[in-house]
Write a new protein. Structure first.
Length: 190
């Protein structure tokens, strides 16, 4: 059980299978990383962020849901709704984000307007490290639900509290059985 404080992210919202040929998810990731690295490298562009220090861009994260806010069905990926996001350091403010969107749009000659400054307030959650294939997550999630029940908690999946994943491995560079994904599920007393 963990209690997560409010955190700021850059985020892109979309719908559909992240592995689909239409590449909406891939385009979202390109936009996120474009803004993330524009912020990280702001000093090279002559922009100063108060309190800035050199940092590593945090891992990709995702909020996932399907209609009805019930536990998601990982086998029905075409009906996923998602928010892909990258956490921002605490020193990044909305004005710095706005600068990064303008800068990236001008420099890369692309539209970055889908990227949003996003604050997530999760509160109490059950959290677990899942190792292995994404399609094997239901086994881990079942254990998490069982653990939450033992703690007198039930899932609290609402439009403001979603199934949350933090991707610690890159599926392009890691064997699938070695992938590490932090899974976080909001809960409430129940």
């Amino acid at each position: 059980m963990v209690t997560i404080p409010p955190m700021n992210y850059i985020a892109v919202e979309g719908r559909g299978d992240p592995n689909a040929e239409d590449e909406e998810y891939k385009a979202a990731l390109e936009q996120l990383y474009g803004i993330a690295f524009t912020i990280k490298l702001c000093a090279k562009a002559g922009y100063t962020i108060e309190g800035y220090f050199s940092y590593v861009v945090p891992p990709l994260e995702g909020l996932w849901w399907q209609e009805g806010n019930a536990p998601i069905d990982l086998k029905d990926k075409k009906n996923f709704s998602w928010i892909s996001m990258i956490r921002l350091p605490d020193f990044v403010q909305k004005k710095d984000f706005a600068w990064a969107v303008t800068r990236a749009s001008q420099k890369k000659k692309k539209d970055f307007s889908k990227v949003q400054f996003f604050t997530l307030e999760e509160g109490e959650c059950v959290q677990c490290m899942h190792t292995g294939l994404y399609d094997r997550e239901p086994e881990t999630i079942a254990l998490m639900y069982s653990y939450a029940k033992e703690q007198n908690r039930i899932p609290d999946l609402t439009p403001n509290r979603r199934h949350h994943e933090i991707y610690l491995g890159d599926p392009r560079r890691c064997k699938p059985e070695k992938l590490k994904t932090v899974i976080r599920i909001p809960v409430k007393e129940g």
